[in-house]
Design a protein around this ligand. Sequence first.
Ligand code: DO4
Ligand code: MG
Length: 278
Amino acid sequence: MKIFNTKRGIVIQYENQYFLSSETSWDKFVNRSRLFQQIKNELTNLKADASLAELTSNPKAPLGNQEIWASGVTYLRSREARMEESKDAGGGDFYARVYEAQRPELFFKAPAYRTVGSGEVVRIRKDSKWNVPEPELTLFICSVGTIEGYTIGNDMSSRDIEGENPLYLPQAKSYNGSAAIGPCLYVPGEPINPDAMISIEILRKGQRVFSGDISINRMKRKHTELVEYLFREMSFPHGTYLMTGTGIVPPDTFTLNVDDEVRISIEGIGTLSNRVAQ
Ligand code: DO4
Ligand code: MG
């Protein structure tokens, strides 16, 4: 089941049919435990409407008042790339340690008003020369702490700023337009397929300049482990999103340019597509 936040309201796609929910508040609609079963029950009172399909090709971010949090160094590739970029600053060892440590790296990425949806622009900072997208499976966790759905996230990152000093992480990671999620909230009856692939392609003037893919089962940590730490000392009255870290980092010679298009796909969810601006 996929939930789209559209200009006409909340559209549910289930078994190739489309339904408009009578609930108009995104926060109220998504922030429920056993979300799949609850929505499925509600569908029995709704009438399928094929004309709603069109709205799902131009959705808003699947977001109300949820915060976006992120996990770091959960894949070997992220650990390697970050050790390399920060070695001159003497920060490399921290990434190796956090990869092995019991406590994961969790950081605040963005409030809703700094987050964009599919079809909108993500930004690179004017004071940075080395920028990459980070394609990440993103969990939706309701306020009681259970994983209820998934979306695709782009954790835009300034590698030169983070590499200069790990203490600059908030500046490398959080700025206007640094987070993208979408195109929908995927709410399956079971946890997502552990072998689902994440893939990314970056287009420049229509030509592919980078592509990569990885299976989500290459992640070192369990989704529930990340959630358990996130919820230890924080409450989320509307539920929250949690990006689970990147397993794909372009080579060190690559940086994003203005007008590049970043397309991130995850099996079962769809494609998050964003143009880059400054
Ligand atoms: O340690 C810094 C951030 C890591 C991150 O964003 C990732 O691994 O995806
Ligand atoms: Mg990341």
